[in-house]
Design a protein around this ligand. Structure first.
Ligand code: SAM
Length: 266
């Protein structure tokens, strides 16, 4: 995906039928949960540049209804304390973190294809969270949970060192303008933090369709001492990562996609 699609529309964006300007009804609890996620309030010590921006965007009635009804069922609220994955998932299993799942199509497919692993998806975008909540409910996916918050703070505050079996970062916002490169997620300080959360032998898998971001990823991951490349440069796309519709179209148009898979060294 080649858009800077990160956006957190206000909760009341959609109009109710018959009165186009009226806000859709949202319970006080949902309003409070979404407001806190939408503003991603700085927790103590947060000084980093955000990799997303808050913009008005479209949210469907279905996504809003999913937020209203399912956020409490399938999401874990952000808190500045360590998460207990066994308690969150109701079982002990390897935990894979996905950062920026967008609308969650890929996340759903991977979670269904790998029932032995727990998947923790982190996203800030209301419509995307609503969309994945709906998928979890409709496909009865027991091994997937969502945290709606800035992934940098989630990794820093909630994920224990040496604990993750894997990390997926697929098509992160490319921030193509040079003056915006500082907003890219894959930067040395964040990757050092993230690598410290991966268990020895665990992996980090990134994919992008922006060549200069692919080069940056290879450089950043390659220079992180806690990580080792599993390939000589870019990796072939592994079977567990399905092709996205953007990717299928891009490949038809001759655009490239680059996968990178590195392992955490002991
Ligand atoms: C270009 S989209 C890609 C979505 C999806 N991975 C895909 O392949 O279609 C990048 C997503 O990352 C999310 N994102 C960016 N920075 C984030 C952060 N710090 N924490 C959580 N989500 C973030 C954005 O909201 C956006 O939905």
């Amino acid at each position: 995906m080649t858009t800077n699609s990160s956006a957190n529309p206000p909760v009341n964006t959609p109009a109710t039928p018959g009165n186009p300007d009226a806000p859709a009804p949202v319970s006080p609890q949902t309003e409070a949960a979404l407001a806190s996620a939408a503003h991603a309030p700085n927790s103590p010590g947060a000084t980093h540049i955000r990799s997303f921006v808050h913009r008005r965007g479209h949210i469907t009635q279905g996504q809003l209804a999913a937020l209203e009804q399912l956020l409490g069922k399938w999401s874990i609220p952000y808190a500045a304390r360590r998460l207990d994955p066994a308690a969150a998932f109701g079982r002990e299993a390897p935990t894979v973190l996905e950062i920026g799942f967008g609308m969650g199509e890929t996340t759903e497919k991977i979670a269904l294809a790998r029932p032995g692993d727990n998947f923790l998806g982190v996203e800030v975008f209301n419509a995307g969270v609503g969309s994945l909540l709906r998928r979890i409910e409709d496909s009865s996916i027991p091994n997937l949970r969502i945290i709606q918050h800035d992934a940098v703070e989630v990794v820093r505050d909630m994920i224990a060192p040496d604990s993750l079996a894997g990390v997926h970062i697929y098509f992160p916002d490319p921030w193509p303008k040079k003056r915006h490169h500082k907003r890219r997620l894959v930067q040395p300080p964040f990757i050092a933090l993230l690598a410290s959360r991966i268990a020895p032998g665990g992996y980090i898998h990134c994919a992008t369709d922006w060549e200069d971001y692919a080069v940056q990823m290879l450089d950043v991951l390659g220079n992180e001492p806690q990580l080792k490349n599993t390939s000589d440069g870019y990796a072939p796309r592994p079977d567990y990562r399905p092709l996205t519709k953007f990717e299928t179209r891009g490949l038809r148009l001759g655009h490239g996609v680059w996968d990178l898979i590195f392992k955490r060294v002991a």
